[in-house]
Write a new protein. Structure first.
Length: 85
């Protein structure tokens, strides 16, 4: 029987987007690291990928928030998760 030792990238993307969606003000990097359980280098990698693909934005206060495209992706993840149950 195999067990998963590592999370899939897609799951980490979804967790980051969900974490940033939870607050109207968005989340600081330190909060994302804590909530999603990432190291700072991992967080940098994933946040940069989400920013580059237009799924996340960062404001002048270094707070991360999902874009409309990111919110659509969260809804798609949640819908897929419900269908798989």
């Amino acid at each position: 029987m195999s067990t998963f030792r590592h999370r899939a990238r897609l799951a980490i993307f979804a967790e980051i987007l969900k974490a940033t969606k939870e607050s109207r003000k968005g989340k600081k990097k330190v909060d994302i690291v804590r909530i999603v359980n990432l190291s700072y280098p991992q967080a940098d990698k994933f946040l940069n990928l989400l920013l580059a693909n237009g799924l996340l934005r960062v404001d002048s206060e270094n707070t991360y928030k999902p874009t409309e495209k990111g919110l659509k992706l969260i809804r798609a993840f949640e819908s897929l998760n419900l269908k798989l149950r």
